[in-house]
Design a protein around this ligand. Sequence first.
Ligand code: FE
Length: 276
Amino acid sequence: MSADFGHNDSAASIASHACAMRANLRPSMSSQPEPTIDRRQVLAGSLAGASALALGCKSPSSSTPAAPAALLAMTTQAAPFALPALPYADTALEPVMSAKTFSFHYAKHHKAYVDNLNNLVKDNAELASMSLEALVKKMAGDSTKAGVFNNAAQVWNHTFFWHSMRPGGGGAPKGRMLEKINASFGDYEKFKTAFSDAAKTQFGSGWAWLVEDGGKLAVHKTGNAETPMTAGKKCLLTLDVWEHAYYLDFQNRRPDYITAFLDKLVNWEFAEKNLG
Ligand code: FE
């Protein structure tokens, strides 16, 4: 498993609420009109916390305790895929990232990837039975299934991105992460420069990543929906540098968005958990 999106000790108590949210947000698999997500649902969903994605949702009547979030994540969930709840309120990252940005980036863009993916796999039993992560890995490099890969990877990448930020985040990490940063880059400022350069120089749409590769940390950039996960790297953090990620708050100032992410949003606790 490449990432643990569940890092809330009260996962069991949150599970039923999160799963209920997911059921409410589950996209239509038929020709019925798509359900709409209103702001209240997004806010309520945010309270379900980071565990929402990581839950192998069980029915509310199940007597089996929710499995530890860390064991589940996207490795177990098959189609129909659901839009995971945000790990915080859509206002929680203001003023750096506005609720208006979330209303488009999460509630429309991310949701559209989920809906597209469900539509693409609904008539393919093999693909529909696979977990999101397995789909991303299996479809990578298969030009005949580019649509499935692009949408599956974008669902995965966006969920990973939301968790790569937190209210009051940013700045240099502490403890184990700082040690790893220093060992791999020299010091935190050198890491910042490397990450910022990758995010700035990704031409067009894509992502900047902090990964672990062979015991060392490294910075990568990928285009469109690509993810270092398909090359066997362990993803620790990501920054979405598609224009839809920052245009409402920063317009064309991608460098300012990158600086704000590093100084005010980045979630080092999430990165450390992903180290395993
Ligand atoms: Fe995006």
